[in-house]
Ligand binder design. Structure first.
Ligand code: FEO
Length: 393
C-alpha cells in the first residue's frame, strides 16, 4: 500500500496486489497489479474509485485514516469490480456518501453490487460538480473498458482521473512512473490485453485529452504519470494506423512438420530484413503474444490438421486475435495435414472481416519437401512486397 499527496489535498491510495497472476480468469499478470483510488479533501470530501474486494478491509482502514472520517461523494469512473467492489463497504462506513457516475454506471452498479438507486447522482457528459475550491468535470468516454466508463478532471489541480485507461498491471513500490523502466512494457501489455479492441474509441478520447491542461495522469492500475506526455504519446503510437515491418508467427506443431516449416520461414523473413517473431503457442505467455500484435503488419499462423481442422490451440489464438482486433494488415497460414481436412478455411472464416488481406497460405501434405520450402520462400517474398507497399521497411 502507498499513500501519497499528489497535489495539495489530493491523495493517491495505491493498493498493491503483488501475487495476483490472473485477471478475469484470462489475462496473465506476471507483475501483479494495483488498484488505485484517489481522495480529494475539499469542502466536500471526494473518493474517486475504490479497490478490489480482495483488498476491501485494508482499503477501508486506510481510507478512514486519510479522510479523517468524512466522505461525501464516491465517484465511480468504471463499474468493474476491481474498482467498484469496495463501494458497498465505503457506503456502509460513510453512510451519507453518495455515488457519482453515469446513467449506465448507475445501472451496472445497481445490478452488480446492489447499490440502491437512491444513492446515485447521475452526471451527463461535460457536467461539473462544485466541491468547494474545485469544480470536478466529467466526460463520458465509453469503452475504456466497458460501455459506461467516464473520466474525471480537476482543472484546479490539472489532474485527470481515468480509471482503466492508461493503466498498467504492475505492482511496484514506486508511486510515480517516471524513472521506472518497467512501466512502458507493462503499459503496452495492458493496452494489448485490455484496450486494443477499443482502439478507435481511444483515438477520439485522446483528442479530448489533448485539449486539457494536465500535470498528472492518475490511472487506477499501476504507477501514476507525473510526465503525462509519456503515456499519451505511447497511446498515440499504439492506436495509430502505423504498423511495423514485423511478422508474428504463433504456431503449434505435433510431430515437427509445422516446426520445420516455421523455422525455415523465419530465416527467410530475417534474410529479407523483416523482424520475425515466432511464438510456440503451447508454451508462450499469451500476454507476450498480445503485445507483439499491437503493431505488427502481418500474422502467420502455423498449425497441423487435427481431426479435420486446426489444432485447438490454433483455434484459441485465432479467436483471441479476432477479439483483440489488432491493426494487422496481412494474415496467412502454414499448415501440415495428413489425410485431409479443412483447416485453412476454418481459420480464415474465423478472422474479422474488414481491412485484413489474406495472403496465399502454404498447405503441405506431411513433412515439407523442396517444393514446399519454395512456397514458404514465396510467402516471405510476398510479405516483403506487401510491407513495401505500406511504405514500411
Ligand atoms: Fe480495471 Fe475494467 O477494470
Amino acid at each position: 500500500m502507498i499513500v501519497q499527496e499528489i497535489k495539495k489535498d489530493v491523495y493517491g491510495i495505491i493498493m498493491n496486489d503483488w501475487d495476483r497472476r490472473l485477471f478475469d480468469e484470462l489475462i496473465p499478470l506476471p507483475d501483479g497489479t494495483t488498484y488505485n483510488a484517489y481522495l480529494i479533501k475539499d469542502k466536500k470530501s471526494v473518493l474517486i474509485d475504490t479497490s478490489d474486494p480482495r483488498k476491501t478491509d485494508k482499503f477501508i482502514s486506510i481510507l478512514k485514516k486519510v479522510s479523517g472520517g468524512k466522505i461525501d461523494y464516491v465517484i465511480s469512473n468504471h463499474s468493474e469490480q476491481d474498482h467498484s467492489g469496495s463501494i458497498p463497504a465505503v457506503l456502509k462506513e460513510f453512510s451519507s456518501a453518495r455515488v457519482i457516475t453515469s446513467d449506465k454506471g448507475a445501472s451496472l452498479l445497481n445490478k452488480l453490487l446492489l447499490v440502491p438507486e437512491d444513492k446515485f447522482i447521475r452526471v451527463k457528459d461535460g457536467e461539473e460538480i462544485d466541491i468547494g475550491e474545485r469544480k470536478l468535470k466529467f466526460f463520458h468516454t465509453p469503452w475504456v473498458h466497458w460501455p459506461e466508463t467516464i473520466i474525471t478532471y480537476s482543472p484546479v489541480d490539472k489532474v485527470l482521473f481515468l480509471c482503466d485507461l492508461f493503466g498498467s498491471h504492475l505492482a511496484t513500490g514506486s508511486f510515480y512512473a517516471s524513472g521506472n523502466d518497467r512501466v512502458y512494457e507493462a503499459a503496452k501489455r495492458y493496452y494489448a490485453e485490455i484496450m486494443m479492441p477499443f482502439r478507435n474509441h481511444i483515438k477520439k478520447h485522446l483528442a479530448l485529452i489533448d485539449g486539457l491542461a494536465i500535470d498528472i495522469i492518475a490511472p487506477s492500475h499501476g504507477p501514476v504519470y507525473n510526465n503525462p506526455q509519456f503515456i499519451v504519446n505511447a497511446y498515440k503510437d499504439w492506436v495509430s494506423d502505423n504498423v511495423k515491418n514485423e511478422v508474428v508467427i504463433p504456431y503449434v506443431s505435433m510431430h515437427g512438420s509445422v516446426n520445420t516449416m516455421v523455422d525455415f520461414f523465419v530465416d527467410k523473413l530475417i534474410e529479407r530484413g523483416i523482424d520475425a517473431k515466432p511464438f510456440n503457442i503451447t508454451v508462450t505467455d499469451i500476454g507476450e503474444l498480445a503485445i507483439s500484435m499491437v503493431d505488427t503488419a502481418t500474422v502467420v499462423l502455423g498449425t497441423p490438421t487435427v481431426l479435420g481442422g486446426p489444432h485447438p490451440s490454433a483455434i484459441y489464438v485465432t479467436y483471441l486475435f479476432k477479439a483483440l482486433r489488432p491493426k494487422t494488415r496481412f494474415v496467412s497460414v502454414i499448415n501440415s495435414f495428413g489425410w485431409g481436412g479443412n483447416t485453412v478455411k476454418l481459420i480464415t472464416d474465423m478472422l474479422p472481416t474488414g481491412d485484413i488481406e489474406i495472403l496465399e497460405p502454404v498447405i503441405v501434405n506431411g513433412y515439407p519437401e523442396e517444393s514446399d520450402f519454395k512456397l514458404l520462400e514465396n510467402l516471405a517474398e510476398n510479405i516483403l512486397k506487401k510491407h513495401r507497399g505500406l511504405n514500411i521497411t
